[in-house]
Design a protein around this ligand. Sequence first.
Ligand code: ATP
Ligand code: MG
Length: 401
Amino acid sequence: MNLIIKKNHNISQKKISRNAMKVLYRLNKLGYEAYLVGGGVRDLLLGKKPKDFDIATNARPSEIRKLFKNCRLIGRRFIIAHLIFKSEIIEVSTFRAHNRNIENKLLYNYSRKKKNRILLLNNTFGKIEEDAYRRDLTVNALYYSIQDFGIRDYVGGIKDIKSKQIRLIGNAEKRYKEDPVRMLRVIRFSVRLRMNIDKKTEKPIIQLSHLLKKIPSARLFNESIKLFCFGHGYLTYIQLQKYYLISFLLPFLCKTLSKKNSIFLKNIIIYGLKKIDSSMKIRCPSFLFSLFLWYPLTDNIKILSTKTTLNYFKIYSLSMHYILKKYSISIGIPKNISLKIEKIWNLQIEIEKIKKNKTKKIIKNNIFYYSLELLYLRSKIENQIKLKRIILSLNKKYIFS
Ligand code: ATP
Ligand code: MG
């Protein structure tokens, strides 16, 4: 183990959230080992503001629950404690051992019936060293103590922070097979932290990209948000394409669309992600997926129009429900988000009517602005005179970002 003492690193306690500090103090005071770990330590060392603070400890989940009133135990694969504060959630996980018995098995392949078995196998508590080796990247396995202010490094994370290397701990192929989401995490961190991917970490990705098919859609949906809604979406998308990961993450991209719409789809993703990167206001899952699924929607409208004599609004509404239902299953869009996407899409028709003054009063909430952005992107991509006119007339009333 390499101990980096206080004077040899740049972490200042002032940069750590007060809640995380309180939790660390409390656990230490009661005789438990407790460290800041993961993105908190990594980002502070890199001079960035951490997204959240994670803590690792030798206190068991049941003990953590007794110590903190604001604790909620979560997780099926491995129980972790969420300590709920007003402004943030601090995740506290108990040191975990890498269980040799499950090393070669795919965790996510276990059926629900074997739920208890998974829990048992994964809940093997361990020592700090073991906890370090079960983490994904070397730069994510650094432990900061508020007792001696030192950083404990078991896997060479400090060296990789300095040389800007994203490196998986252990044998890369094995670690991806255990959990294929690590391939997405490698891409995400390499883009976000502007680091290079180590050769051995990079090599198996293309060949193993198909393993993402086995990941539950709800988990992939959450990963998509982290990949595309935190300011680096466009570059991340390009990298995901390079490593053949994108079509497993967003399966609608490889579904055959009409020729025109498939070009539009590619463009709306590119322009849309660039826009989302540049504006905090529109970094939101409902806007993201309203863009991604817009052209699958319009294709469906076209197909349905040739098959029925229903009026346009009925076809529009049926198609929205069909597409949202279909992709809620395959990409795990939760109900509350698909309701918002539906509102964004519905407003496309309402906004078109504003110009003709034929519409009821539209409430100018976030959904309205997301819908305006969608219309704006469509007008740019489709180069349609009609859409351009609407945008021009609206521009006088509303400012587009
Ligand atoms: P950020 O929160 O800034 O996105 P992070 O590294 O803190 O980045 P989290 O998802 O919060 O990421 O996870 C906290 C830590 O848990 C990680 O730093 C890593 O050590 C460990 N971890 C998360 N996901 C995995 C995984 N799939 N396999 C192994 N370890 C993981
Ligand atoms: Mg984190």
